[in-house]
Design a protein around this ligand. Structure first.
Ligand code: NAP
Length: 337
């Protein structure tokens, strides 16, 4: 398709390309052709994208299925620039997209435009600013899914294992906004992160020592397990009767469990659930956006970078001890919409 015949789209765009694995300096700004439209895919003009630790791993060459050169970026928010589904995704429609091999099997969101399969593009009606919207997919989507699956009620106690993670802190924001009387505990391996966790909304910080959470024999109503199979059995131990554990993360580096006897190891009359962000659906996203607006959830990115400073954004994400989502806009002034 000759873009200039039908639209005001440029022929080229700025993109951050990686040709070989390595440090942040391997993320190089280049001029690429704006992708050509193809059947069943639509072109999104990206306004902002949130960064994820998985992109750091991919940059380091730890995602064997990702072939270089590649434009990374597994999520974005923006507007439809060219559509193959004018009914559901009309030109100009505000949209979000996440996961589904964007930035892995095909070029992703570290660019001004991205071509995405239609089924992976979700219209949004939210009036939240672009930088706030960009902080929501993936991290908040995962936290929200876990939050719902835990069926939390006000007044209950809930422990987040791996509380200093992005998902852990997002979960804390959701709980704080909706349930003022929930007792929210967060675990960390490092006592020096206590103050930051309290500032992030946790009521109490407990230590995780060699896979055992230090609760002094107390029993809780709910656990969000982000360390995963490495500590799931220990989490079941601290949940009281009829309690729920939601196993969402694998920070402990174990993906599977040996030696777990559900009859003995589950909390008495209790439940285990999980959440997987690859199961994206429009209803769930709409619910998240309205929840954030309605409950005034405090979603402020910890840092906003411009596209030209993607390498700095990666370096910050890798080195930072801080919490929260890093968002990258195309240009500095974009962060004000
Ligand atoms: N189910 C899904 O669909 C889904 C979606 C998104 C993310 N996730 C998973 O959710 C988890 C959180 O993701 P994230 O991106 O928010 O994480 P993140 O921000 O990278 O988490 C960093 C934190 O992990 C903790 N940590 C690191 N290594 C650990 C270990 N060996 N044992 C215990 N804690 C360790 C550290 O806490 P301390 O130093 O304070 O202990 C650190 O502050 C990850 O496992 C991720 O894969 C799952």
């Amino acid at each position: 398709m000759n873009k200039s015949c039908t639209t005001n789209l440029p022929y080229t765009m700025r993109a951050i390309v990686i040709h070989e694995p390595g440090g942040p300096e391997k993320l190089i700004e280049e001029t690429l052709p704006v992708p050509e439209l193809r059947s069943g895919w639509s072109l999104v003009h990206i306004m902002a994208r949130g960064l994820n630790h998985s992109e750091v791993f991919t940059r380091q060459g730890l995602s064997p299925s990702v072939q270089f050169p590649r434009v990374l970026g597994i999520e974005c928010v923006g507007k439809i620039a060219l559509s193959t589904d004018e009914k559901r995704l009309p030109t100009g429609q505000h949209v979000v997209s996440l996961m589904g091999e964007m930035g892995r099997a095909f070029d992703g969101s570290y660019a001004e435009y991205v071509l995405i399969p239609n089924e992976q593009i979700y219209p949004v009606t939210s009036m939240l600013p672009w930088v706030t919207l960009a902080a929501l997919p993936e991290t908040y989507y995962t936290a929200f899914g876990s939050f719902k699956n835990l069926r939390l009620e006000d007044g209950q106690s809930v422990l987040v294992r791996g509380a200093t993670s992005g998902v852990g802190v997002a979960f804390a924001q959701l709980v704080r906004a909706a349930f003022p009387h929930v007792h929210l505990l967060g675990s960390t391996r490092s006592a020096k992160r206590t103050v930051s966790l309290l500032q992030a909304g946790f009521d109490e910080v407990v230590l995780d020592v060699d896979g055992h959470v230090q609760l002094g024999g107390r029993q809780l109503d709910r656990v969000l397990e982000l360390i995963g199979p490495a500590t799931l059995k220990d989490s079941c131990r601290v949940v009281r009767e009829y309690g729920i554990v939601c196993s969402t993360g694998q920070l402990g580096g174990a993906w599977y469990m040996d030696g777990f006897d559900p009859i003995v190891d589950l909390p008495p009359n209790g439940y285990i659930t999980s959440f997987y962000s690859d199961n994206v659906d429009q209803l769930h996203l709409d619910e998240l956006f309205s929840f954030v607006e309605r409950e005034h959830v405090d979603v402020v990115p910890v840092r906003v970078f411009s596209l030209s400073h993607m390498a700095d954004a990666h370096a910050f994400l890798e080195d930072s001890d801080g919490f929260g989502k890093v968002v990258v806009v195309n240009d500095e002034e974009d962060s004000r919409r």
